[in-house]
Structures are given as structure tokens and as C-alpha cells.
Design a protein around this ligand. Sequence first.
Ligand code: SF4
Ligand code: SF4
Length: 177
Amino acid sequence: MIETKVMQRHGDGVADRIYLPAIWDGLKVTTRHFVRNLFGKKDTVTISYPDVKVPYSPRWRGMHRLVQREDGQPRCVACFMCSTACPARCIHIVAGEHDDKGREKYPVRFEIDELRCIYCGLCEEACPCDAIRMDTGIHAKPVYHREESWVRKEQLLARQPRDYQVRDVAEGPPCAI
Ligand code: SF4
Ligand code: SF4
């Protein structure tokens, strides 16, 4: 049910027209919160990040990583399924021919613009090779420049799972380890 709140108009005296009562009311609220937070910290919602961090929900899975094969190469076969499924259009892949004909293709470049990513997980769902996962527990950090939010293939491969048991990999070529 919608609750209606009636706001009373202030008077039109000189004091009201120069906003003194409103400024005084605002200062009272600010001072009250300042004193309470200074001595009691009752209303403080900020934390001393990065020294203090709020615990994330167990459901938070984190930023992406690329899964490695046993030889350290990405399991990704540059099929573009993830970038096609991505609603934010933030996955950019350049495919190359692999020397191993059993693998056909591999990502020469694989980059994610984490600033545009909405962490929907559709890339992970779309991947037929289980080559991209969001299980690092890493939160996107603030950056000074937009280009710093681009995560390259090497960085994605270097990331480790947070508390993840490697599940069975897709069997058979081209995705098998
Ligand atoms: S999580 Fe969603 S938005 Fe982010 S890269 Fe994957 S598909 Fe795109
Ligand atoms: S991560 Fe998966 S879906 Fe994306 S290009 Fe590589 S193999 Fe295809």
C-alpha cells in the first residue's frame, strides 16, 4: 500500500526566505551524526578499506579466469560462444590457427573489459569447453584509467580459483585437456 506523506510548506517570513531555519536544522542533524559517530560509531557504515573488508556473500563467485590445460595453454578453442552470449559485449577474442590440428583454433588474444561486465555469468554458461569460469572470488578493483579495467589472456590464465574443486572436464576433442 502506498503511504502518502504531506509536506508542510515553510513560512514566507524573512528568516525563511534567507533559509536560516533550514540551514540550522541541517547543521543540527549533521552535528548529531558527527558526535554519535565520533564517540559511539553507532551509525558508521563506512569501513577503512582496504585495511578492513566486508565479508562477501558465499554466493559471490568473483571475476573471470581462463582454465588451463595440463600444458598451461588455455582450454579455450576461440569459438566465440561466450562473446556472442555476452549482453555487455565486453569479451574480445582474436582467434588463431593452432599447430595441433586436433585443437584447430586457440585465442591469440582474449580480453575482457571488466568495467562493462555485469557479472551475469552467461559467458560461463555458453562455453562448451568449460574454459571460462567465474570462481576466483576476486572483486573488480577501482582503476584510475579505463584501459586498466581490461583483463588480458595472460592475467586470466594466471588467476586461481578461490575454493573450487576442479570438476570433470568436457570429454573428447577439442576441449579435452
Ligand atoms: S559475466 Fe556476463 S557481462 Fe560479464 S563477460 Fe560474462 S557474459 Fe559478459
Ligand atoms: S571461453 Fe569458451 S565459449 Fe569463449 S571462446 Fe573460449 S571455448 Fe569458446
